[in-house]
Design a protein around this ligand. Sequence first.
Ligand SMILES: *Cc1c(COP(=O)(O)O)cnc(C)c1O
Length: 392
Amino acid sequence: MGLSKTLWASPADFLRTHSPEHPVMLFSPETLQACAQEFLQGFPGLVTYAVKANPEEEVLINLINAGISGFDVASPVEMDTIKRLAPHAALHYNNPVRSRTEIKHAVALGVKSYSVDSHSELVKLGELVPADGVEMAVRFKLPVDGAAYNFGAKFGATVEKAIELVTLADQLGYDVSLNFHPGTQCTDPKAWETYIQTAAKIAEATGVRIHRLNVGGGFPSHRLNEVLPQLAQTFALIERVTHEAFGVEAAPALICEPGRSLVAESYTLITRVKSIRDDAHVFLNDGVYGGLSELHLVGVIDRIKVYGPYGNLRQGDLVSRTVFGPTCDSTDKLPSELGFPADMEEEDHVVFSGLGAYSLATATRFNGFGNISIETMQALVKPETDKEVLYA
Ligand SMILES: *Cc1c(COP(=O)(O)O)cnc(C)c1O
């Protein structure tokens, strides 16, 4: 995957002179900077970035330049990458299960913030991580709806367990914090409300002063034309509920650690129509083993445009079609049908907006496909016609 130095004004600008056989991701640094500013200016606390959503160096460097100074890291490789690019950034090691070797790696790098969701892992950390000036964030979970899928299935202590862990972490001498993750692509702001109220109850039950409250990632990106993310409203709700639940004076400092919502909008995926088989099924040159890898978990993205030769936008009436990726695996199929212009033809390009998260990071080379190249797009908002507003 290489990054070319040419700047394209828009997908159509690129497609005017190119008709790539392989999938292409168009990266817009300007869009990434704008998303970072939305968080930095809007979130009532520290904004950190969950590196796993997209660890491309161009992303990390742009976020660092935008002023993101903390990173949620889950592995030694992620820690080393951030240390190299931003030696003074805060590393929050928020993968609650770690090997002893991994913990020693973090201690050697000077990591000062850890999360934990189990007794055995807290005891392990207690043996390896000196408590002085170190934050131990207890991660708890609730059975709340609103997200695309359930994050509590793997991580998070029950409320009873969290109370026990807060007490023990305090006894071990750590600065105790709380954190949660409402689940990725969480479109219901109310999920945060329930979590924050519960955090206050955990604090009250233990009598331990909670230093910081990390309200997770989970902030949604724009996936469906009809459903706009409500970031500003969610930030306001988080601040209000934290003050109500803890009291303004006693309220812990807030942290968020978005992955998806920071990075999704800054990449646009250009795919090519390999075939419209017997005028029915659409076969693209990328699918669920490539840049569209999480669609079967999170649901389809319908923010698509179709371009014919020389970047001409197809404007026909929409026809609903089943979409398959290029591999021979029958699961390589998008989870729901998509509407395509009736005048779409083989070798047209289908362009998906908002695909920067969990796409390049999880793409495979299965079956010999998945050779995704990266190009740079300059434009943040650049309407090409009255009708086309790419980042409205
Ligand atoms: C993956 C992850 C995130 C980011 O989640 P998004 O849904 O992409 O915002 C944040 N925190 C932790 C601990 C994670 O594992």
